[in-house]
Write a protein that binds this ligand. Structure first.
Ligand code: FE2
Length: 354
């Protein structure tokens, strides 16, 4: 969704990742065509790169609001593809980035300044970003610090309810009331809010809720851990990629490429189907091994016996996740089909074993 297209105003596109309910923002100064992406999601890389190319954007920054636990960032791959600089809060402690920001620092984007506002509490390194100007008023990208009618949790990654309370009530709530709030997630279909609305209607922090009441609410959320936390946090500490070129996700590797590998019948290569056993039994690539997502550690020793591992699934999502899992376990020479899967193999008329 494009929020603003007035020729004088900065353009803000808001994109959604359905799997993690993450919002990604693409900002463009219409005069210079300089742009920035905020919180890109690895699985949506192709979409985002396509927009960047179609709109002729010179991408200056891949900005992260924090080290995400629920999805893997595309920042590292965006940098590889566009040359954009990776931006994090200094407090996030991420190595191999290009720009570390502290509270009050600014990034220049064409005629605009993106001001960093340190807002820890959801994680110790959370940063919000504020842009103001005549044509746009004020907008704040609040990551998971302030959500629409809610806020991020504070029970892992050095989170703290008390710190989060002060970040929201003293820093974000002191922005101009009409500031538009663009959050890092929404689970209910909302897209934006304002500071005035959240001061009034935020269920956890509105109506001048006391610190004690807020802590009580946060202590009783009883949330399960995000399902991707064990892979997302370590992967994001490496900007969403491992810099070893033998294991990063090759965007161009397709089912046709996999077919060429399959035809070679090289015993040093292993093709892995990482869908469930039920899906595998219905039909799979002949001679592929079924290693359902999440069971990689059980097969580590066997996998080490192959020179190259190729992974596919149904749509590419699970194979990307498995690639990350195996890379974190120290394996190299892994390639996955990242944007398609068995349905495409079938559509191309390649053989299926049942
Ligand atoms: Fe988060």
């Amino acid at each position: 969704m494009t929020i603003s297209t007035s020729p004088k105003s900065i353009s803000i596109k808001q994109f959604f990742d359905r799997d993690s309910c993450t919002y990604t923002y693409l900002l463009v100064d219409p005069q210079t065509h300089e742009g920035a992406i905020i919180d890109g999601v690895k699985e949506q890389l192709k979409r985002d790169l396509q927009y960047i190319e179609e709109l002729g954007i010179e991408l200056l920054y891949a900005i992260e609001t924090h080290v995400h636990a629920d999805h893997i960032s595309s920042a590292g791959l965006i940098r590889q593809k566009t040359g954009a600089k990776i931006v994090y809060s200094q407090a996030a402690g991420i190595k191999s980035i290009d720009i570390e920001l502290s509270d009050g620092d600014e990034l220049t984007l064409g005629q605009y300044h993106i001001k960093a506002i340190s807002t820890p509490g959801h994680t110790a390194g959370c940063m919000s970003y504020y842009i103001s100007g005549e044509a746009i008023g004020g907008v704040a990208f609040t990551g998971d610090t302030l959500l629409i009618r809610g806020c991020g949790r504070s029970d892992f990654q050095q989170g703290s309810s008390a710190v989060l309370y002060h970040s929201v009530t003293e820093k974000l709530f002191s922005l101009p009331e009409e500031t538009v709030v663009y959050p890092g997630h929404d689970y209910n279909g909302n897209t934006s809010s304002t500071i005035a609305e959240e001061k009034q209607w935020n269920a956890r922090l509105g109506k001048q809720k006391s610190l004690a009441d807020f802590i009580d609410i946060m202590d009783n959320l009883n949330l399960a851990l995000p399902k991707k936390i064990n892979e997302a946090v370590p992967a994001n500490e490496g900007c969403g990629i491992n810099f070893n070129p033998n294991i990063y996700v090759h965007e161009d590797f397709s089912m046709t490429s996999l077919y060429q590998v399959w035809q070679q019948e090289d015993p040093d290569n292993l093709i892995v189907d990482n869908r469930t056993e039920e899906e595998y039994l219905i039909g799979h690539i002949p001679h592929s091994e079924n290693i359902p997502l999440g069971t990689e550690p059980d097969h580590l020793e066997a996998l080490k016996g192959f020179k190259h591992i190729y992974i596919y699934c149904h749509s590419g999502r699970r194979s990307q996740t498995a690639l990350t899992n195996l890379a974190m376990m120290g394996l190299e020479n892994i390639t996955c089909v990242s944007h398609s899967g068995l349905p495409e193999w079938q559509a191309l008329g390649y053989p299926i074993e049942r």
